[in-house]
Ligand binder design. Structure first.
Ligand SMILES: [Zn+2]
Length: 53
């Protein structure tokens, strides 16, 4: 029973860490942002392809 609880706890931490990386670390390190029109991820200040005319 105790081992089961520890395993579940580790899995929970792993999932939280994954979501934490996705939400906190990724935007800071890569500085990605979503396009307002099409929703694609943009890297840096380069404009999305949908903005090109
Ligand atoms: Zn776009």
């Amino acid at each position: 029973m105790i081992i089961k609880a520890v395993v579940l706890f580790l899995i929970l931490i792993g999932v939280l860490a994954m979501f934490g990386k996705l939400h906190v670390i990724a935007p800071k390190s890569i500085r990605t942002r979503k396009c307002r029109k099409c929703g694609k991820f943009q890297i840096g200040r380069a404009k999305c392809s949908c903005h090109e005319r």
